[in-house]
Design a protein around this ligand. Sequence first.
Ligand code: ME8
Length: 513
Amino acid sequence: MTDPFYITTAISYPNGRPHIGHAYEAIATDAIARYQRQLGRDVRFLTGTDEHGLKMVQEARRRGVEPRELADEMSGYFKAMADALNISYDRFIRTVDVDHHHASQAIWQAMADAGDLYLDRYEGWYSVRDEAFYDESELTEGEGGGKLSPQGTPVEWTEEETWFFRLSKYQQPLLDHYAANPEFIRPESRRNEILRFVEGGLADLSVSRTSFDWGVPVPGSPGHVMYVWVDALTNYLTGAGYPDNIELYQDYWPANLHIIGKDIVRFHTVYWPAFLMSAKLPLPVSVFGHGFLLNRGEKMSKSLGNVTDPMALAERHGVDAIRYFLLREVSFGQDGSYSEEAIVTRCNADLANNLGNLAQRSLSMIAKNCGGRVPEAGPRTDAEETLFASIDRAEAGMHEAMKDLAIHNALDAIWAAARDANQYFADQAPWAVRKTDPARADTILYVTAEAIRRIAIMARWAVPAGADKLLDLLGQDGDKRSFEALGWPIAAGEALPAPQGVFPRLELAEEAA
Ligand code: ME8
């Protein structure tokens, strides 16, 4: 396998429909996956749903259905969202899949063989909303007198016989791993948080449940199902063929990048590597904890009634607009805020007025004045040199930013070139120049088309539909859209299809205005 790159999202709980936070994570991960493909890497991209656990059991009970029925229905909405948002996953995994049960039991057996599992009685606090155990010292007093987890969710006292995993044994190996691999936890702020947590000591972890049966059965231990996070984390291995599909596994494990939200960094950078160490499996290269999306600066919640349906937003404004807004406006790694006004303002400025308008004007002139063929370019002036230097800078800036997964900075770099291309077109005014110097007007149109081509290739991983439409309008085949193709200038004489609008202007919806 040449240069494999295995990337994953978290798998979402399908106890309700997807919200915009789920859409954000899928879009950001997809952008990185597409970027890596354009670099020429052999990308495998996994996403899906996390269907076991008490949270699902309780929601199903509330609705008067079986957990499986709830999971089937809601998982369908997550898959439909991924498809609608142009998420280029290779597999949509469901933790009810047969091969996933098999993988979970295999890693369990490996941890048992390592002597890391023992039966004992669990007595402690559990948050169903977080599907997490908490130490008494981590809890705070809620307003109603009940105790709250560090995430602000209610906890309940739990007592049952369960299997335990010797997490305590892995404190030092984990600290050693963090020290030797600074890239393992990103960004830096999350890394520091985890270092402090692990340095504080690790208690063994309860990893099975006996009070309900909606989960992966523990091998050889009737009545026990695995703690939902044990099977959930294992999805990344299932998606790489573990344990039976040796070929897939050898190609893609260990994963290069797990993209997850900031609330579940502990599971991914403490429990997960400890399970893998115990099972003697290689660790993922990097875990990146992104921030949370806030609705006009406020946390989304059902009780506030401000949970946004990403599908409705995408239907109203278009998929590329939602993708571009979230990727450009939120500093990747930090929290970000969205509102309809902000989406409309940002997308009209960058997509419609800037790139879309430039393409529409220049391609219409090529259609009208150059017989619909890319014109010949004559000698370049300083104006052309300056524009191409700006595009070169954008390319370098994009790659530099993406090394740190600074997606927003990568887009900022690309759009600086788009602004310069617009300025070039306005300053050079080919419509006026044509009256006195048609050859020079042709050069300006050629250079503009070439600039749009390069910008579209650079923007493709973020706004795939619109960028591909631009490349169609420029007569560029599918094999001319990787980053390598940035160095293959558009050919004069190329016959172009009739120009069409790309990136339409957005209107603010009535109710949001
Ligand atoms: O945590 N903004 O599932 P989940 C941005 N099943 N991201 C958000 C968000 C918001 N407002 N709300 C949630 C789970 N997320 C587990 C994961 S992985 C082996 C198991 C992110 O449906 C959240 O941080 O609660 C997580 O990465 C993902 O959405 C799924 O959240």
